[in-house]
Structures are given as structure tokens and as C-alpha cells.
Ligand binder design. Structure first.
Ligand SMILES: Nc1ncnc2c1ncn2[C@@H]1O[C@H](COP(=O)(O)OP(=O)(O)OP(=O)(O)O)[C@@H](O)[C@H]1O
Ligand SMILES: [Mg+2]
Length: 261
């Protein structure tokens, strides 16, 4: 049975999408069959694995509004063992649409749509990785209901832990009301510039707060990470010898080790 991991942090630009793309591709490289779920209307995970609008008709929006079925929205990417459910900008309207449905049918759960479909995908993949948007709205709620665990990327910069309390209380609320078995998969330090003392101080702060939940692997700040998505490639396909490629493969190995397969 596959493991469903959501990349969550309501803070923008901390490396959720970069990690979703590169962790997924690295798990695929390590022979795991992976489904990447783009749950952000920006659709950056979709374009980041080289999937263009012309490659598909229906997206995650059509699935979450019950307009299509799972098998019609899963697309194979060019990368080893990597599949994706794409997202487009119409996903911004999901909030309103699901809320309307709940008004008509008080039994309808706005947060339960993704779980309904991903439980069908669990048998088909080893890992399902969800790239969440930078908010704690209905989309992230759907991810928290559907997931086994949450992976939190934290950027190595001054306000790194800002918003973390709110994030943790949202996760605790989800555990209490919606998904009692939801776990914290791990905390990933991203965009470390080891030339600055500040970056290293943040590493220490985050480690003293989250302790053994923090991955040993720290993702370095590298221009290649910003370049690769414009070529529609994970970093391992863009530059296989980059330090960034090695970092995400090491992260994938840690994820596999923590899950025992
Ligand atoms: N390790 C890194 N080194 C250099 N640039 C990076 C690194 N990781 C991410 N970036 C760049 O930083 C920006 C933000 O990263 P990313 O899109 O992954 O964050 P995000 O948390 O998904 O953002 P959002 O909250 O908007 O969805 C992007 O331009 C990305 O290319
Ligand atoms: Mg993102």
C-alpha cells in the first residue's frame, strides 16, 4: 500500500514545489512508483516535470469536482516511474464550488474529496506526493485529510519558524477532527547558503525545535534549482552531477529508510 505525503507550509516560497518535484523524481530514480499530485492553482509542479497544457484535457480540478475519474487525470511523465495529476488555474474556484455543494447537501464534506480519489490510487503507487499551495484553505485541508503524513519544508532564513505555530495547530486540529492517524513525516531545511552564519544559525534553531524529525539532508541554495523548472526537468535530469541532485537523492533515501521500504 502506498504512502501519501503532503508538502505543507502556508508560507510562500519555502521550497514546497521544488521539493515535491525533486523528491518525487528521486524516489522514481530509486525504483519507487510515484504519483505527484499538483494541488496548487499555480501549476508549477505540473510544468516543472515537463507536462504542458496540450498534454492533458482534465486536471485535478475536474477530479475534485467529480467531473471525471482518477484514471483519466493520471499522466505519465518523461521521467522514470513518475506520474502526475496536473493542476491549472481553474483550481482557484474549487473553494466556492465545494462550499456551494455543502450548502445544498449538509452531509457533503468539503475536505473529503481528495481522499476519496487518492484512496483508489494507494494500491497503484509506492508514494503519492502532494504539492500544496501556500495557504491553509480548502485545498490544504483536502491534503491533510487525504494524507498519511506531512513533510514540512523550512527555508534557512531569518523568519524560518514564523508561522510554524499556526501550521502545527492546523495539523493538530486536522488530527483531532478529520484524520486521527495523520503524522509529521519530517522537516526539511531548504535553500541553505552555507557561506552565511545566519543560515547555519537557522539550522540549529530548527533542529532544537523539531529534533529528530529534521532530515539529515539539507538542501543547498543553488541557481540550478531555479533554472531546471524552465526546462521542465527535475534537477536530476537537468544536471545529474549537481550537488542538488545528490541532496534530493539523499532525501529520498532518508524517506525510504523512515518508511522501511
Ligand atoms: N534550493 C534552492 N536553491 C535555489 N532556489 C530555490 C531552491 N529551492 C527553491 N528555489 C526557488 O525558490 C522559489 C520558491 O521555491 P518553490 O516554488 O519551490 O517554493 P514554494 O514553497 O512551492 O512556493 P509557493 O508557496 O509559492 O508555492 C522558486 O523560484 C524556486 O525555483
Ligand atoms: Mg509551490
Amino acid at each position: 500500500m502506498g504512502k501519501i505525503i503532503a508538502l505543507v507550509n502556508q508560507k510562500g516560497g519555502v521550497g514546497k514545489t521544488t521539493t515535491s518535484i525533486n523528491l518525487s523524481a528521486s524516489l522514481g530514480y530509486l525504483k519507487k512508483k510515484v504519483l505527484l499530485v499538483d494541488l496548487d492553482p499555480q501549476g508549477n509542479a505540473t510544468t516543472g516535470v515537463g507536462v504542458a497544457k496540450t498534454d492533458y484535457k482534465e486536471s485535478i480540478y475536474d477530479l475534485l469536482t467529480d467531473k471525471t475519474q482518477l484514471s483519466d487525470v493520471i499522466i505519465k511523465t518523461k521521467f522514470k516511474n513518475l506520474y502526475i495529476i496536473p493542476a491549472t488555474i481553474n483550481l482557484v474556484g474549487l473553494d466556492v464550488e465545494l462550499t456551494e455543494r455543502q450548502k445544498e447537501d449538509p452531509n457533503f464534506q468539503t475536505g473529503g474529496q481528495l481522499k476519496k480519489y487518492l484512496s483508489q490510487a494507494k494500491d497503484l503507487f509506492d508514494y503519492i506526493i502532494i504539492d500544496c499551495p501556500p495557504s491553509l484553505g480548502i485545498l490544504t485541508k483536502n491534503a491533510l485529510v487525504a494524507s498519511d503524513s506531512v513533510l514540512i519544508p523550512v527555508q534557512c532564513e531569518f523568519f524560518a519558524l514564523e508561522g510554524i505555530m499556526q501550521l502545527l495547530s492546523t495539523i493538530m486540529l486536522a488530527q483531532k477532527d478529520l484524520n486521527p492517524t495523520l503524522d509529521i513525516e519530517g522537516v526539511l531545511l531548504t535553500m541553505l547558503d552555507a557561506r552565511t552564519n545566519l543560515g547555519l544559525e537557522v539550522v540549529e534553531d530548527v533542529k532544537s525545535y523539531f529534533k529528530e524529525r529534521v532530515y539529515d539532508t539539507i538542501i543547498p541554495r543553488l541557481v540550478k534549482f531555479a533554472e531546471a523548472p524552465s526546462y521542465g526537468k527535475p534537477i536530476l535530469a537537468y544536471d545529474s552531477t549537481s550537488r542538488g541532485t545528490l541532496a534530493y537523492i539523499n532525501l529520498a533515501k532518508e524517506v525510504i529508510a523512515r518508511n522501511g521500504n
